[in-house]
Design a protein around this ligand. Structure first.
Ligand code: SF4
Length: 431
């Protein structure tokens, strides 16, 4: 008998959350491998095209498909009570999910996506509802939280935890054989305006603050024909904005990204491309920059973090200041709008100081591009996350919260001062 599988992207419990092209790509990819072998139903708490959201004008998307989530203010968890920010639950109201579960045939399995370790409360909420309304469904959890906080994840009453990138235990559990040529199950959405693609997995760098080297053992490229088929699928389903979720999209660009973009141009696929996972400025060359613009890249997010070469060397030598300058010099003449080029800088990293960060912010501003502070989240099992035991209890995933950690490390006033400075610097740029 064909199994019925429920796919759930849970609500987010956090101080802040924004739909920055956020899709449950891992969940949809796994469902895609099982296309035709199971009956699927998707409930995405973060779907801003859900009919419930249509009535809320303030939640409408911007020109590139980003926007605010529906949210409700709730009590902060006790361990975060000292953080002077409002705690919220982001996503569709719980009753909608309960009604969804109550109608129709029962499910055999429920796959629940996890992302940030400190978002596990949303997963817990979903598990409670599935257990209450579909008690026979076997609950499967996969994703970053399960991979990085296995011991904690075991406390959540799931039937199977799929850790890391090895999916064999899942196929065995389901007694199904996947078809790894299949694209993600994007048709599970009734309406789609944003899609996600990944041309590669992993990253050749080993930045000491990053989870990617822990989750992926090596860098590898995905089959290009499969990525192209997936792009065509999401376009056909209505998505005009595509976000790359690659961690090292520009690595070996001559072999991976450039041939892909050439195909996009050759096959006349019109789409807006975005890179919310930082691009490495080192690999933006004179040849690559115009190709990205021609193929449809509209926004460029570059991982910069700090001007301090000492900090850069200590954390993995991902990129240096002169490489950022050079990247901007290639991108702007190629047609990238400077206000659509953004450099991330890390706020609240334990080896960084405020003076360094202010210098970095001014440096980015001097290039005529936008800066964005990326709040540091200590990730368990990474060298820098392990250092953070000095400030927070790393066994409690809520203490990995990226709004909370910079405030714990630097204090509320200094954190606010830096955020204000970033806003003021960005306002000096032409619109
Ligand atoms: S380059 Fe980026 S993805 Fe790779 S390890 Fe460093 S921070 Fe992580």
């Amino acid at each position: 008998m064909t199994p019925r599988i429920l796919l759930v992207n849970p609500p987010i419990y956090d101080f802040a959350a924004y739909d920055f092209w956020l899709k449950p790509y891992g969940l949809l990819s796994i469902a895609g491998y099982l296309r035709g072998k199971a009956d699927f139903a998707l409930f995405d708490y973060l779907d801003r095209l859900h009919p419930f959201v249509a009535g809320h004008k303030e939640l409408q998307s911007d020109q590139w498909g980003r926007g605010r989530f529906y949210c409700e203010q709730i009590q902060s968890p006790r361990c975060l009570e000292e953080i002077p920010r409002h705690f919220r639950r982001f996503g569709l109201p719980r009753d909608i999910f309960r009604a969804f579960l109550s109608k129709g045939e029962p499910f055999d399995f429920a796959f629940i996506q996890t992302m940030m370790t400190y978002w596990y409360q949303g997963v817990e909420e979903v598990i409670r509802d599935v257990r209450a309304i579909c008690p026979k469904a076997k609950i499967v959890l996969g994703g970053n939280y399960v991979s990085l906080c296995r011991t904690h994840a075991k406390t959540l009453d799931a039937d199977l935890l799929v850790r890391g990138t090895n999916l064999e235990p899942l196929w065995d559990y389901l007694s199904l054989t996947p078809d790894l040529e299949q694209p993600a199950l994007w048709e599970a959405y009734d309406k789609l305006d944003v899609g996600v693609l990944k041309l590669t997995d992993g990253c050749p760098f080993k930045c000491t603050y990053c989870s990617v080297p822990k989750v992926y053992t090596k860098f590898s490229a995905r089959p290009p024909h499969r990525s192209l088929a997936e792009l065509k699928l999401v376009r056909r389903l209505g998505a005009g904005n595509i976000a790359f979720y690659d961690d090292a999209l520009l690595y070996k660009a001559e072999e991976v990204l450039m041939p892909f973009l050439n195909e996009v141009i050759k096959q006349d696929i019109h789409v807006n491309l975005h890179s919310p996972n930082a691009l490495n400025a080192r690999f933006i060359t004179k040849d690559l920059a115009p190709l990205t613009v021609q193929a449809g890249f509209k926004t460029f997010y570059l991982g910069f973090e700090s001007t301090s070469s000492k900090w850069q060397k200590r954390t993995g030598s991902k990129v240096f200041s002169d490489e950022l300058t050079r990247a901007v010099k290639h991108l702007t003449p190629a047609g990238a709008a400077p206000t659509n080029i953004t450099a991330y800088q890390i706020l609240g990293h334990p080896f960084s100081n405020i003076q360094q960060l202010e210098e970095s912010m001014h440096f980015v501003n001097s290039l005529g591009i936008r800066g964005m502070l990326a709040d540091f989240s200590p990730i368990p099992g990474t060298p820098d996350g392990d250092q953070c035991k000095r400030w927070v209890d790393m066994t409690n995933p809520l203490m990995h919260n990226k709004t909370a950690f910079p405030i714990i490390l630097l204090g509320f006033e200094k954190t606010n001062h830096l955020k204000d400075l970033q806003r003021r610097l960005n306002r000096t740029l032409p619109h």
